[in-house]
Write a protein that binds this ligand. Structure first.
Ligand code: FES
Length: 114
């Protein structure tokens, strides 16, 4: 657990809410996100087994459609994209919350492979 996450728990700081849906539209995870880790890591830690392959933004296995809050996500937060995705999609293995995402932000993503 990163220092920032631990500090937010100690201070009761609210962090942006992330909702993850599967390809059928069912909610499979809801959690308070952070900008320290890749979104795929946070999704897996929240209990949703989002599939991964390359882990480096090159294969699309972890691709998610963002249905809410794209403005709060950084597509290349932990590494560069090596393939193109649509404007409303992210590669969750390299995407994360923006550093300045407001605490009241709500992000909703849908994994095509869950
Ligand atoms: S696991 Fe390959 S692009 Fe994310």
């Amino acid at each position: 657990m990163s220092f920032e996450i631990l500090l937010s728990l100690v201070t009761n700081e609210v962090m942006p809410k992330i909702t993850v849906k599967n390809s059928q539209g069912a909610i499979v995870a809801e959690f308070q996100g952070n900008s320290e880790e890749a979104l795929s890591t946070q999704i897996q830690d929240a209990g949703a087994p989002i599939p991964m392959s390359c882990g480096a933004g090159a294969c699309r296995t972890c691709c998610c459609k963002v249905t809410k809050g794209m403005e709060h996500l950084e597509k290349e937060a932990v590494g560069p994209m090596h393939i193109m995705v649509d404007d409303d999609e992210i590669l969750s293995c390299i995407a994360s919350l923006k550093l300045d995402a407001p605490e009241e932000a709500e992000i909703e993503v849908s994994s095509e492979n869950l």
